[in-house]
Write a protein that binds this ligand. Sequence first.
Ligand SMILES: [Zn+2]
Length: 254
Amino acid sequence: MIFETHAHYDDEAFNEDREAVIKSLAAAGVETVVNIGASMDSSETTLELTRNYPFIYGTAGVHPSWTDELDEEKFQRLREIIKEPKMVAVGEIGLDYYYKEPPHEIQKKWFERQLDLAREVKLPVVIHSREAAQDTLEIMKAAKAEELGGVIHCFSYGKEMAREYLDMGFFLGVGGVLTFNNSKTLREVVKYVPMDHLVLETDSPYMAPEPNRGKRNTSANLIYVAKMMAEIKGMSPEEVIAATEKNARRLYRM
Ligand SMILES: [Zn+2]
């Protein structure tokens, strides 16, 4: 069965029909979902989702683009949320240099603090890294992230960077981008990475794969990613789904 490792069902894009969408996933072969916190608010709403649906697990963390909202009081609340049952990782955390704000120093500070938090609560991490390859790697190495484990979500770098993360024991999250015509680099990475280090993710409501590119994404679209991965790996989609499910359970220690 399909294991969705990265979705945002608390996003406002689902305000009209959240319950219906979530309930429809089982019929699409989706058995388990990890909903990802990306801000203080969404860490709270993720916690709610884990309480309302048996098959939804959660993470809590503040995405680099929202780190300017953090202070010690909020960080303490984050520490409380992450200790709740069914919270399986700290994330998504990392660095995003695509936008100018918040300043790199703020992003780095809270990335380091949240890596420390993962160590404290003994959970893996979900990493978001965009146009910040070198700094992300340096901070993770300094924090001995290989002892934490986790996933590089929406992996967008090349083979050399993939090698670095594989050497740290990390999984790579692969989603809709794999089905895009211009995804040459990612296809090379998927070909290169051993099958036991790949997991499926949507980043719903974003990043819908072909043939639904541009529309609101849901985990029901993961079958298209699995099919493309199967083609690249010379496997059947069923084998990809089974292997990535096993990997996801190792990643989130379930
Ligand atoms: Zn995300």
